[in-house]
Write a protein of this length. Structure first.
Length: 95
């Protein structure tokens, strides 16, 4: 097998993951950033490790459940995007 053939095969296998990450970032940038970008109502900013630490300690499942249900502090269920699947919410949180 030629080296470039292996490279093409690996790139082909990784493409769906890269596209999913791009889609998750696009949703975050279009919806979530409104609150999480500014910290409004205590929404943790993406780079605020102190605010994320206790949430992350609760685990990914807890974070996804909260995103699905919304929060009493003002985050609507599914960030107001009822079209988002649980898998899409999970992908956004992993960003």
């Amino acid at each position: 097998m030629k080296p470039w053939t292996l490279f093409v095969a690996i790139a082909y296998l990784l493409l769906p993951a890269a596209q999913a990450q791009d889609a998750a970032k696009a949703v975050f940038d279009g919806v979530c950033v409104v609150c999480h970008g500014t910290g409004v109502l205590g929404a943790p900013k993406p780079d605020d490790t102190a605010q994320w630490r206790p949430r992350l300690q609760a685990g990914m499942d807890a974070l996804v459940k909260r995103a699905i249900a919304g929060s009493s502090k003002g985050m609507p269920p599914r960030s107001g995007r009822t079209d988002l699947s649980n898998a899409q919410l999970h992908a956004m949180i992993e960003l």
